[in-house]
Ligand binder design. Structure first.
Ligand code: ARG
Length: 280
């Protein structure tokens, strides 16, 4: 028998899976307070430009064949555009979010009300502080969970019990990367990219053990929130400024789709922050 091997410089072919996303139009987006180092209320923000950039992101998802729902934005909640923080979904279940800062507290019940109507089998009101898919990243049959700035470790145990999936705690140490989804990108059910220096030494070892073949991002790509991607397993929506990461993604057989979300970056978010995946 002849065993055919792919030449090692040919990337593995990647396959996409149709996704269901929830987004929130940035009608009330501005930077009026600062709860992360990216936010400077003295830097002007164009809500119109944010709307145009967001609309383009939504259109890309639709063109890729994904379903996109939108939740009504609430006046006075400028960060509600960052839908990833509104909850976590896996296996047809949703865990609501409980925000660390009072400025965002009212987003929790708003997203929870939407999730209750979304046809999921179980929807749980959160007990411990957790900022949804900002800090909980579903990778195949496991959940990676960030802590250090926003989500409390107690929420990691709560998520494991609720979803029945193993939850791996990771400690973030650099305030620029205050949510896990700013430091680590899920590309498919077993592939991630991350910026090691955003993690404690022990968490770096955990990541090396779990994902020995991970894509390692540079600081230059991390500081433009290049890791804040949305991937359908093949197409990866990524900040256009993350040029090195874009090249790495292509070399690994993914199809990068660069986007400019420069206005939303002023609030400390990129494409993933604006997108909550609904996993039924
Ligand atoms: N201004 C928001 C905050 O600091 C940005 C949230 C970004 N979301 C994310 N999933 N990383 O809470």
């Amino acid at each position: 028998m002849t065993v055919l091997a792919l030449p090692s410089d040919v990337p593995v072919p990647r396959t996409s899976r149709p996704r269901h996303y929830l987004m929130c139009r940035p009608e009330h987006f501005t930077v009026s307070y600062s709860i992360n180092p990216w936010m400077d209320p003295d830097v002007p923000v164009s809500t119109d430009r944010a709307l145009a950039q967001w609309e383009r992101l939504r259109r890309i998802y639709l063109e890729l064949g994904h379903a996109v729902d939108v939740i009504a934005p609430v006046p006075g909640l400028p960060d509600m555009v960052y839908a990833a923080n509104g909850g976590t979904t896996a296996r047809g279940r949703a865990l609501g979010a409980k925000f660390r800062f009072p400025e965002r507290a009212a987003e929790g019940p708003a997203y929870l009300a939407w999730l209750r109507e979304a046809g999921l089998t179980h929807v749980k009101e959160p007990v411990a502080t957790n900022e949804g898919e900002g800090d909980f990243l579903v990778v195949g049959e496991r959940i990676l969970a960030g802590t250090g700035f926003r989500t409390e470790p107690a929420a990691h145990a709560e998520a494991q019990e609720f979803f029945g999936l193993p939850v791996t705690s990771l400690t973030l140490v650099d305030p620029r990367f205050y949510h896990l989804d700013t430091a680590l990108a899920v590309l498919d059910d077993d592939t991630v990219a991350y910026y090691p220096a955003a993690f404690s030494p022990g968490s770096r070892e955990v990541l090396r053990t779990l994902f020995p073949d991970a894509i390692i991002a540079s600081e230059a790509d991390a500081v433009v929130l290049g890791l804040n991607v949305v991937s359908d397993g093949r197409n990866v929506i990524v900040a256009a400024a993350a040029e090195g990461l874009i090249a790495q993604l292509s070399a690994h057989g993914f199809t990068p789709i660069p986007v400019d979300l420069s206005e939303l970056l002023k609030g400390g978010g990129g494409p993933k922050c604006c997108t909550l995946e609904i996993r039924v």
